[in-house]
Every structure is written in structure tokens, then in C-alpha cells.
Design a protein around this ligand. Structure first.
Ligand code: IPM
Ligand code: MG
Length: 381
């Protein structure tokens, strides 16, 4: 252990990386609220099969976040969770939020827990793939030929921009009228690091990067564009383009296959990633990774806690299961098992298993647990 601590002082040290590889890695599981608990339960079943049948060497630890944490300890991101997160190699998160928390003071709301853990661990690079599984082309609201073969990666800056910018407040002026404001701010180094993240991802894909901003109106976007152009010089193979966010929203639903990698700020990324998700038929299909500079990551489905369908065993667990695949790929250096999960998910879809959100006539309707069981059967086949 002492050796580990000593080596940990040099995070870029090769020895440290080897040390981490031979140590049992710790995954912190934060199920959260609503359907979070049900979908995470299925992902845990999958992890346990990877442990028992495929020699995955991980240890699970559990903690509270969001409304569940507020109920248990009065805060959406309690100290205890913070401490567990600090020593985890990766985090699996379900979802946060629920009707019963909507009237809490803003700083105690479940969403604050999510924003706090993102900021606390400096998870600035949020990868949100939108991939259309071939068998689901009919579930998309767009014509199959518009979306068939879709494979976009949205890289969303996650710890800056208007979500965190100061000052922010709701105040009352001298006439007794209330006013409110937020600040969209990016520091140059924040833009630089997300730019590097996105160029690196573009290098592993089709080498086309589209940066989305609102540079015709916002100074913050002007700086964003300038920094992107500068960083681009270090990646001469990548073709960089720029697009205004309103146009990007339109192009995503008009001709989505024109995109390879999209990089954008926190707020625009939040909006565009929901739109991109829907192109794939269901927001219940999309995983995400939020990474810091050391490759430590938090993995979560991009959908929310869906309190309207919570507890009914109808939520789609595939986004969470595929989040485990992303975790294996980006934090645990286990591409082999990541590919196995992805293949198992493809297989169950090809076999016709569908949760309600992706069900079409002629397929096999299953519940949340049924879908988890089908993935496990496919893994073990
Ligand atoms: C997301 C969610 C969160 C966000 C909410 C729950 C705070 O919409 O992860 O996209 O806005 O980032
Ligand atoms: Mg969102």
C-alpha cells in the first residue's frame, strides 16, 4: 500500500500505471433516484457476470447522490460520497431528480449533487455518443435512410460555461422588481483542454471535428472559436469546421450523418445531446463518459431519472449497461470486455428484445430486468 501511495505522487509515472493495473480497481456505484435504482441494478448484474465469468478484477462500493442522498443525510452530494469518489477508479451513476424535491432550495436539489460531483472531480470532458443500432432504425422519429448508420460523438464541456459561471443570482432592484442573471464564461485553458480532448477523439474516428458556438452574438464564443483554431494547428490531419448552435440544431435533425465529432460548451452540449439522442430512437439507449485529465471517469446514461415510470420495471437499462462498456474502455483499460458488452447488446436487439421505449410491432417486449437477463444470457452464450 505504501508503495502505491509513493507511486501515486507521480501520476504520469509508468510504474504507477502498472501498479494500478495489478490492483483491484474500485468502482463507486451511485444509483440515485427514480429509474436510477432499477437500471443500475441491471448494470451491476452485468458487472458481476464479468467478475465471475470473465475475470474482471473490480470491487464495487456504494454511495448516495441526489434526492436519495438528501433523504439519507440532508445533502445531494454528502461528504461521505465525496470521500468515496475521491478514491474510486471509476464511478457508475444512475440518474438524479424527482418530483418530491422540486420545491427544495436550489442548492439542495438533486441536480446540484450531479453538478457538484462533476465539478469536484473536474470531469470536464463529457463524451456523448449517438449511435444508431441498425435494428432500431424504425424506432427513430426520422426516416430510416436519414439515420441509418448514424455514429456521432458529442464532446460537451462539462465543468464550465453558464452552468458554473459567477456571478449568478435572483435579486430585487430599487423599484422592487426582481431580476435574475447567469454568466457564460470560459477561461482560455478550459477551452484549450476540451479542444485537445475533442481533437484526440476525432483522430481516433473520421478526423472531422465540428465546433458549435454562437460566435455571431457572444464574446465567449469568439474566444472559443479562436482557441479551437489555434489548437487545430497541432492536429493537421483533423478537418475543423465551425457552426452556430441554432444551425447545428437544425442540421442534426435534417442531415445528421454529416457529423463525426461535435465539440461544444456546457449549455449547448446539454441541448444538442438530447436532440442527437432522439435520432437514435430512444434516449434510453445512450451512455456517456465524463472524464478528468487523469482519465478518471464517471459513467452514466444520458437520460434522466424519469420519475413518471420509476418502479414499474419498464425503463430501458441498455444505456446504463453500455455506460459500463464505456467505463471499461476509458477508465479500466479493458477494451476486450467493453467489446463483449457492446456485442451482447447488439445481439439482444437482433434477437428482438425490446423495452417499451423501443418496442415496435413484431418484437419481444421485456421489462427492465428481462432486458438485463437477456444481455447476461448473450454474454454467457
Ligand atoms: C444532463 C442533465 C443535467 C445537465 C441536469 C440533470 C443537471 O440534463 O446530464 O444532460 O443539465 O447537465
Ligand atoms: Mg441534459
Amino acid at each position: 500500500m505504501r508503495v502505491g501511495l509513493l507511486l501515486a505522487a507521480f501520476p504520469n509515472n509508468l510504474l504507477f500505471k502498472i501498479w494500478k493495473k495489478i490492483m483491484t480497481q474500485k468502482i463507486l456505484v451511485l444509483a440515485g433516484d427514480g429509474i436510477g435504482k432499477e437500471i443500475v441494478a441491471e448494470a451491476i448484474k452485468v458487472i458481476n457476470v464479468l467478475k465471475s465469468d470473465f475475470a474482471l478484477d473490480v470491487e464495487l462500493e456504494y454511495g448516495d447522490i441526489g434526492g436519495a442522498a438528501y433523504d439519507a443525510s440532508g445533502h445531494p452530494y454528502p461528504k461521505e460520497t465525496q470521500e468515496k469518489a475521491a478514491t474510486a477508479d471509476a464511478i457508475l451513476l444512475g440518474a438524479v431528480g424527482g418530483y418530491e424535491y422540486e420545491n427544495l432550495p436550489r442548492k439542495l436539489r438533486p441536480e446540484r449533487g450531479l453538478l457538484a460531483i462533476r465539478a469536484d472531480l473536474d470531469l470536464f470532458s463529457n463524451l456523448r455518443p449517438a449511435i444508431l443500432n441498425e435494428t432500431l432504425a424504425d424506432a427513430s422519429s426520422l426516416r430510416p435512410e436519414v439515420v441509418a448508420g448514424l455514429d456521432i460523438m458529442i464532446v460537451r464541456e462539462l465543468t464550465g460555461g453558464i452552468y458554473f459561471g459567477q456571478p449568478r443570482a435572483i435579486e430585487t432592484d430599487e423599484n422592487g422588481e426582481r431580476f435574475a442573471y447567469n454568466t457564460m464564461v470560459y477561461k482560455e485553458p478550459e477551452i484549450e483542454r476540451i479542444a485537445h480532448s475533442s481533437f484526440k477523439i476525432a483522430m481516433q474516428r473520421n478526423k472531422r471535428l465540428c465546433s458549435v458556438d454562437k460566435a455571431n452574438v457572444l464574446e465567449v464564443s469568439e474566444l472559443w472559436r479562436e482557441v479551437l483554431e489555434r489548437v487545430a494547428k497541432e492536429y493537421p490531419e483533423v478537418e475543423l469546421s465551425h457552426m452556430y448552435v441554432d444551425n447545428a440544431a437544425m442540421q442534426l435533425v435534417k442531415e445528421p450523418k454529416q457529423f463525426d465529432v461535435i465539440v461544444t460548451g456546457n449549455l449547448f452540449g446539454d441541448i444538442l445531446s438530447d436532440a442527437a439522442a432522439m435520432l437514435t430512437g430512444s434516449i434510453g439507449m445512450l451512455p456517456s463518459a465524463s472524464l478528468n485529465a487523469d482519465g478518471m471517469g464517471m459513467y452514466e446514461p444520458i437520460h434522466g431519472s424519469a420519475p413518471d415510470i420509476a418502479g414499474q420495471n419498464i425503463a430501458n437499462p441498455l444505456a446504463t449497461i453500455m455506460s459500463v462498456s464505456m467505463m471499461l474502455r476509458y477508465s479500466l483499460n479493458n477494451t476486450e470486455l467493453a467489446n463483449k458488452i457492446d456485442a451482447a447488446v447488439e445481439k439482444v436487439l437482433a434477437q428482438g428484445y425490446r423495452t417499451a421505449d423501443i418496442f415496435v410491432e413484431g418484437t419481444r417486449l421485456v421489462g427492465t430486468d428481462g432486458m438485463g437477463d437477456a444481455v447476461i444470457a448473450a454474454l454467457q452464450a
